[in-house]
Write a protein that binds this ligand. Structure first.
Ligand SMILES: Cc1cc2nc3c(=O)[nH]c(=O)nc-3n(C[C@H](O)[C@H](O)[C@H](O)COP(=O)(O)O)c2cc1C
Length: 223
């Protein structure tokens, strides 16, 4: 796999949900994980843990949980309909590849589960504990999702397909029990990893003019 530039990786790391069953060498997964742990975390706490699931029976059971959770996701997608910024073709691709994964999560040769230990929020005199707990909760995902993005980009650089998924959190307790997560550890994503059937990028997004404001909200950005 020839090296690709960072911006090429960012622009082409699309969600790849259709994966070949071929095995992925452990050395490549180690490279992906080594990129994951370079991410930032609040207070540099690095309270993360990553479960690399290769065992076929475990993968099948994770796949069954993902399938069950996806029934709820399917109903939600139907209720919401196509977002206005997606073309019919883009929406159909999302629905078709998403539905493929509902049935095939367990077939991915590797399923990676990024987890995070709950934060330690000690009572401190002069600090409102409830407010501090709410703050810790508000920023919690920001200590694991940068690592998830590094996983996505590292996979892209190595030619591996993946996507972030969170559907399983609808059946979180089943995943917790299956994987034996400690009480103070939560899973934040379920990432199938394998050699992709479909090509990488390019990624299409709303234009900057639709999402960037110059200073205060609503002021057009000249860029
Ligand atoms: C928080 C979050 C949760 C997601 N959950 C799922 C999921 O459960 N299943 C899935 O197939 N994709 C999931 N995705 C992937 C999105 O569908 C995907 O990022 C989006 O459609 C853009 O795809 P693209 O990068 O290929 O253009 C999730 C993405 C995010 C950021």
């Amino acid at each position: 796999m020839p090296d690709i530039g960072l911006f090429e990786a960012i622009h082409t790391a699309r969600s790849l949900r259709r994966l070949k069953p071929d095995p992925v060498p452990e050395g490549l997964i180690a490279q992906v994980l080594d990129a994951a742990i370079r991410a930032s975390s609040a207070g540099n706490a690095q309270n993360w843990a990553f479960l690399v699931v290769r065992d076929s029976a475990l993968r099948r059971q994770l796949g069954a949980i993902y399938r069950k959770a996806s029934d709820i996701a399917a109903a939600m997608y139907t209720a919401k309909g196509r977002p206005a910024h997606l073309s019919e073709a883009q929406y159909q691709r999302l629905m078709a590849t998403g539905a493929h994964l509902w049935d095939h999560m367990g077939d991915a040769p590797v399923i990676l589960i990024p987890c995070l230990r709950r934060p330690d929020v000690p009572p401190v005199s002069g600090v409102q504990h409830d407010a501090e707990l709410a703050y810790a909760n508000r920023i919690r995902g920001a200590s694991i999702y940068p690592a998830v993005q590094n996983i996505i980009l590292a996979c892209r650089a190595l030619g591996l397909g993946t996507t972030i998924t969170t559907n399983h959190l609808r059946c979180e307790d089943a995943v917790r029990a299956l994987l034996g997560l400690p009480d103070d550890v939560d899973s934040f994503a379920m990432m199938p990893i394998g050699w992709p059937i479909d090509p990488f990028g390019p990624l299409s997004r709303k234009p900057l003019s639709a999402v960037v404001h110059a200073g205060r909200w609503g002021s057009a950005w000249p860029g």
